[in-house]
Design a protein around this ligand. Structure first.
Ligand SMILES: [Zn+2]
Length: 449
């Protein structure tokens, strides 16, 4: 054997600043011209190939051949989660919003925590490639380089965040596909292999750091994690939570934003960590007043409405995310020109417990199916040790039932349906809970007070 042959792998230059400099630093007028060209093409594609969009555009009296300016998009109809569900059920498997045949679909993700049949989000091979290239770009912007060891600690089961690890691989990092392993196993991987980057939820990052300390491991000294990517909860952009996690780990926290209907990540913080850059050459942003649907100026809160510019399997035209954000199109110190978003909260009453979307209607489904209780309930959400927790109160009608067994059954059924377990199930006497048809009264979110 002679000297090892020159590596056949084409190495990414470690010292370059941007993943795709030309696109990421494109002056805004040129970026908007690019968006317009892509959008016009994408709308025509949707109109020609998606039965749903053809009928929806016709009903709204719009035709993509007439599309002239980005502002013309305001005449197009919205879609939302409910439309997605209805169209999927109307035409299984993938619904009639899709613009390709099932033969061209190579991957589907599903939204977490939703009631009934999960809403599937299909990708063609090219969509998936674009998803991962965007992912690599967002990772690169945080400073992750091919010399990093990345441990991916997100769920792989139908969750669109699972494949995000491929973006880190594309960038050249050494990747560990850990998934949602038990905390002691994850800590073992981090300690043994001295991994430098991880991705999890903010509350789990806190919990994991505290667990490490209980095991005699100081995450700030004994582990090599120096960058933590977080998503799925507001904590990543809440200064007090960020500071506490960063101190615990001696690491920098980067907030990312993803949505199963589009990509595992659509936006992420750069090294300046002042808002999340959206991949604007691939996703068009509108920030609208939720009531009037008129655009709001930068800096003013509004609902984030997203439109895909290339995703072929199921184009998303004016998707109402239900997320309230502010936008900032001013130049970022990193040199990137793409808009920065700050996520403020959810428009509806959905609550997020440790990265899992929890709807009060899911809790209702469970308590209405347990015999011997009234069906009335109250959910109390609170934060303890930077971890979101929730308690459930119910009323026992059948006096013969054992309180402990009843509480355990309810906790078990909720965990089975939602994926998260209530901290406490309190059994009350009938008539204890206020009667109300307004579901907000059944939800007490102490984190908001
Ligand atoms: Zn930046």
């Amino acid at each position: 054997m002679g000297a090892p042959a020159e590596s056949a792998v084409t190495h990414v230059e470690v010292d370059r600043r941007y993943w795709n400099e030309a696109i990421e630093t494109l002056p805004r007028p040129e970026l908007e011209a690019l968006q317009l060209a892509k959008l016009k093409k994408h709308l025509n594609f949707a109109y020609q190939h998606s039965p749903y969009y053809r009928s929806a555009f016709d009903a709204a009296g719009v035709n993509p051949v007439d599309f002239k300016a980005l502002s013309d998009l305001r005449t197009y109809p919205f879609v939302n989660k409910q439309v997605e569900r209805e169209r999927q059920l109307a035409s299984p498997l993938l619904g009639d919003m899709v613009a390709v045949t099932e033969r061209d679909v190579v991957f589907v993700s599903a939204s977490s925590g939703s009631t009934g049949v999960p809403t599937l989000s299909p990708f063609t091979a090219q969509d998936f490639e674009t998803f991962q290239d965007n992912q690599a770009r967002l990772f690169w912007a945080t400073g992750i380089r091919p010399t990093d060891r990345y441990v991916h600690a997100l769920n792989f089961t139908l969750f669109v965040g699972g494949p995000d690890v491929i973006g880190a691989q594309k960038l050249g990092a050494l990747c560990f596909w850990a998934g949602t392993v038990p905390s002691d196993r994850l800590l073992f991987i981090m300690k043994e292999f001295q991994t430098t980057v991880t991705w999890t939820t903010p509350s789990y990052a806190w919990h994991l750091g505290e667990t490490a300390k209980e095991h005699g491991i100081d995450p700030a000294k004994d582990l090599a994690i120096r960058k933590i990517i977080v998503a799925g909860e507001p904590g990543g952009s809440i200064p007090a939570t960020r500071a506490a996690i960063e101190k615990l780990w001696n690491a920098e926290l980067f907030d990312f934003y993803g949505i199963s209907d589009i990509y595992g990540a659509c936006a992420g913080m750069c090294e300046a960590r002042d808002g999340l850059h959206l991949v604007e050459d691939d996703i068009l942003l509108e920030v609208l007043d939720p009531a009037t649907h008129e655009p709001v100026p930068d800096g003013q809160p509004g609902e984030m409405v997203l439109t895909t510019l290339t995703k072929a399997a199921r184009p998303m035209i004016r998707f109402r995310t239900g997320d309230i954000i502010t936008a900032d199109r001013s130049p970022c110190s990193c040199g990137r020109t793409h808009v920065r978003i700050k996520i403020i909260g959810r428009i509806d009453d959905m609550i997020i417990i440790n990265g899992v979307n929890v709807f009060p209607s899911d809790v209702e489904f469970v308590v209405r199916n347990v015999p011997g209780i009234s069906g009335e309930y109250r959910i109390t959400v609170y934060e303890k040790d930077h971890l979101a927790r929730f308690d459930i109160e119910v009323e026992k009608e059948d006096a013969a039932l054992d309180d402990t067994e009843l509480a355990e059954r309810i906790a078990h059924d909720i965990k089975t349906r939602l994926g998260v377990r209530p901290k406490v199930v309190k059994i009350l006497v009938p008539g204890s809970l206020p009667r109300s048809t307004h579901k907000a009264k059944r939800l007490l979110d102490l984190r908001k007070s």
